[in-house]
Design a protein around this ligand. Structure first.
Ligand SMILES: Cc1ncc(COP(=O)(O)O)c(/C=N/[C@@H](COP(=O)(O)O)C(=O)O)c1O
Length: 382
């Protein structure tokens, strides 16, 4: 059977170390096709490369080749009746998240498209994706009833609290004092323990405390900051969806823009789309010095994938005021209330467009969550 279900080979994924499999993934994406292997179990890196780009099938045999479409890469979900058998089914098949053309006019023929990640059902944010990927893999080796936890700026904590319960785990989330109220309250509503450290200026400052609690026993640290399942969730999900939606929507995709926390989603989006077309630009936003924008950080504060992988990107700096200004611009042009990190990414793209750095074409901005969570923040700045 030349096209086998890749789900029959996933046990080999855990044996793959490092990022070398990504060169294979890049090659398959660039060629748009994958060759056969006689025994996938002897090629765990190849299995992982196909899994991470979203293949559902793996070609088994000699001397054959299959297109991405034949491998199931284009099967990005969809439930026409929107009837789901469970909350996890809602997360999985209630995809892809929308990609919508904004009416906001940017200079230089830059056409703006918004990838609305608040359509993820648990945290109404992009962070559902790594939470489901991390917990579903963990459930293969961690006994039910265990306590899982991590440091979070808010969204991942909500997603982890929700998904942990669905898999039979308890959750504990650690937040910096400056986190928004929704990030401190909603995990409790979901039955999680919440630890707030008023002294911690950011999530990464909480990691020593989380690791100490993990070492002293009793806590499984899921570690969104260094767990490759974060990056891989976005390769198979966010990135693949943008690739397929752009193709099917007839976009002339010239660039992507987004923000950085763990750097999981924008590393995946940039890597995937630049593997397909090396000419795709990646405009990444970071808060201006001394600025604080919920959920995102400056690259120098420490991130894994954006620093480890071969990704070509430019950085733009944005203040919180500029991020909220962009929220208002999108709200008034599209009627959509995007979150501040999405606003920051729109502003970053607009700056690059204004500086004449972008060629005409379609640009996708990943909008990690909704602005409905940030009323107190916005109120002070409107
Ligand atoms: C609203 C919003 N926008 C963008 C990001 C960045 O996503 P990432 O780079 O894929 O982690 C995030 C990421 N938040 C993560 C990580 O936060 P961090 O900025 O690393 O402290 C969390 O919820 O714990 C976010 O919540």
């Amino acid at each position: 059977m030349p096209l086998a279900d890749i789900s029959g080979y996933l046990e080999v994924l855990d044996s793959v170390r490092g990022f070398s499999y990504l060169e294979t993934a890049r090659g398959v994406l660039r060629r748009g096709a994958a060759g056969c292997v006689s025994n996938p179990r002897e090629k765990p890196g190849y299995v992982k490369a196909l899994y991470v780009i979203g293949a559902v099938k793996i070609p088994v045999g000699e001397g054959c080749s299959y297109t991405l479409e034949e491998l199931g890469v284009y099967d990005i979900g969809g439930a026409p009746d929107m009837v789901f058998s469970s909350p996890l089914d809602l997360f999985t098949r209630g995809k892809p998240t929308p990609l919508v053309r904004s009416r906001l006019q940017l200079p230089g023929g830059v056409r703006l498209w918004l990838k609305l990640e608040w359509y993820n059902p648990f945290s109404l944010s992009v962070k559902d994706r790594p939470a489901v990927e991390i917990v579903s893999r963990l459930s293969r080796r961690v006994e039910k009833g265990s306590l899982v936890g991590d440091a979070t700026s808010s969204n991942f904590g909500i997603a982890l609290s929700a998904v942990a319960r669905l898999y039979g785990y308890k959750a504990r989330v650690y937040l910096p004092g400056a986190a928004e109220d929704f990030g401190k309250t909603l995990p409790r509503l979901l039955g999680a323990e919440v630890i707030v450290d008023p002294e911690a200026p950011s999530t990464v400052h909480l990691l020593p405390r989380v690791m100490k609690d993990a070492r002293s026993g009793g806590l499984v640290h899921v570690n969104q900051f260094y767990n490759d399942a974060n990056f891989e969730a976005h390769m198979r999900g966010t990135a693949r969806e943008i690739f397929v939606q752009s193709r099917r929507g007839g976009l002339r995709l010239k660039g992507v823009s987004g923000s950085l926390g763990t750097s999981g989603h924008m590393s995946a989006v940039a890597f995937y789309l630049q593997s397909v077309d090396p000419g795709v630009k990646a405009v990444l936003v970071q808060p201006a010095k001394d600025a604080s924008i919920p959920g995102i950080r400056r690259v120098e504060t420490g991130m894994l994938w954006i620093n480890m992988l071969d990704i070509d990107y430019s950085l733009a700096e944005v203040t919180l005021e500029e991020a909220v200004e962009a929220m208002a611009e999108v709200a008034r042009s599209d009627g959509l209330i995007i979150g501040p990190s999405g606003g920051a990414a729109v502003k970053a793209l607009a700056k690059k467009a204004g500086e004449g750095e972008l060629e005409p074409g379609d640009y996708v901005v990943v909008v990690p969550d909704t602005g409905f969570k940030y009323v107190n923040l916005v109120k002070q700045l409107l």
